[in-house]
Write a protein that binds this ligand. Structure first.
Ligand SMILES: Cc1ncc(COP(=O)(O)O)c(C=O)c1O
Length: 391
């Protein structure tokens, strides 16, 4: 008879290797305190617009409470197809090239699991969203980070990408506008990156969840660069632009063979996304534009306010072109990101996220979310100014 192991020994090796999220640990401390102003959460402070909530309620009243097609409701897939074509300039067939997922989170996981063989390398730019590296590891891939720099607007440079490519590289993950830096990817650089991906026959996963929240020049997707559509999985969702985090709806658009591969995993692991969330998402795409534009205008005002005040208090802060985060440098204070965030929390009760929670490239920065009401931002800036002065 085999001896019983300790419960920890039952955990799979690749899961043991995954670090706990730095954000989660930090916010456990925040939650144990009262009267904290939090610039930490990557979630809109707006409640989902009423007409979208009403659509969800009405669908429940009509008794719409069952499973949907694995790929998602056909009406929603048709609407996603229209929306993506009108706003991103690329057409996907609603019958075979669109999969509705449980947030973009599930779509990232599906895309990685669908394409990776054990040991395949995935290159991504960093600082980046906390889930990328663990999601690659969970899909038995090897995460390979390429650093981006503040003085360069946190743009991924094609030559840096190319240096990271090896014979094991299978895919590249992009996220522009970027969480946590707000960086965007200019068209000329997209074209260079596309050339590298085509030359090395790589698949691109492009997470464009913040694309509607682009403040200057509009958003362009790398999917539209000639030669890219057939090698790209386009990931998008409703959480950020439509303030719908709790509805948990995202989607992946990709050539039929890749969509079919993702669907096979999704049909056995998730079956389908919630029908109530899908009904709400359908309404968001049909009638949600004007509420979304109003939220974007408010985010832009808040971004301008924060960038101005951080620079005025001596924290160098580039102007992020998108998303709802600013990423000021705290190097001049002589503190590490974590020391700065902890001391600011203890002394002034303002929560920001240490930049290295988004990878080593984020050391020396903190992430401040401006998906926070303006009156709260004003108090936070006052307190942070006093804090920096007293250091
Ligand atoms: C870059 C990025 N991708 C994906 C997600 C997850 O989005 P969803 O709520 O659609 O799962 C987030 C959430 O913060 C994010 O910042």
């Amino acid at each position: 008879m085999k001896t019983q192991q300790s419960p920890r020994d039952y955990v799979a090796e690749h899961v043991r290797k995954i670090p706990r999220s730095g954000i989660r640990d930090f916010f456990e401390i925040v939650q144990s305190m009262s009267d904290v102003i939090s610039l930490g959460i990557g979630e809109p402070d707006f409640v989902t617009p009423w007409h979208i909530r009403e659509a969800a309620i009405f669908s429940l009243e009509r008794g719409r409470t069952g499973y949907t097609s694995n790929l998602g409701m056909p009406a929603l897939r048709r609407e996603i197809s229209r929306y993506v074509q009108e706003n991103f300039g690329v057409r996907y067939d609603p019958a075979s090239e669109i999969l509705v997922s449980v947030g973009v989170s599930e779509a990232i996981d599906l895309a990685l699991r669908a394409i990776l063989n054990p040991g395949d390398e995935v290159v991504y730019h960093e600082p980046c969203y906390v889930s990328y590296s663990p999601s690659i590891t969970l899909a038995h891939g090897k995460p390979v980070a390429v650093s981006t720099r503040a003085e360069d607007g946190f743009v991924l440079r094609a030559e840096d990408l190319e240096r990271a490519i090896t014979p094991r590289t299978k895919a590249v993950m992009l996220n522009f506008p970027t969480n946590p830096t707000g960086g965007t990817l200019p068209r000329a650089e997209q074209e260079k990156i596309a050339r590298v991906c085509i030359e090395h026959d790589l698949i691109v996963l492009t997470d464009e969840i913040y694309s509607e929240l682009t403040y200057a020049g509009g958003h362009q997707s790398i999917t539209t660069v000639p030669g890219m559509r057939e090698r790209t999985i386009f990931l998008h969702g409703f959480s950020k632009a439509f303030a719908m985090t709790g509805f948990r709806i995202g989607y992946a658009c990709a050539p039929a063979a890749l969509t079919e591969a993702m669907m096979r995993i999704h049909q056995y692991s998730m079956l389908c996304a919630s029908i109530t969330g899908q009904e709400a998402a359908l309404e968001a795409l049909k009638n949600g534009q004007s509420a979304m534009i109003k939220m974007r205008e408010e985010y832009q005002r808040r971004r301008n306010f924060l960038v101005h005040h951080f620079n005025a208090m001596g924290l160098d802060c580039h102007e992020p072109k998108g998303a709802f985060y600013v990423f000021p440098s705290i190097r001049r204070t002589g503190l590490s990101s974590r020391e700065f965030a902890l001391k600011l929390l203890e002394d002034k009760k303002v929560a920001v996220v240490p930049g290295d929670a988004f990878g080593p490239g984020g050391a020396g920065y903190v992430r401040c979310s401006y998906a926070t009401a303006q009156d709260q931002l004003e108090v936070a800036v006052q307190r942070m100014g006093d804090f920096v002065k007293a250091l």
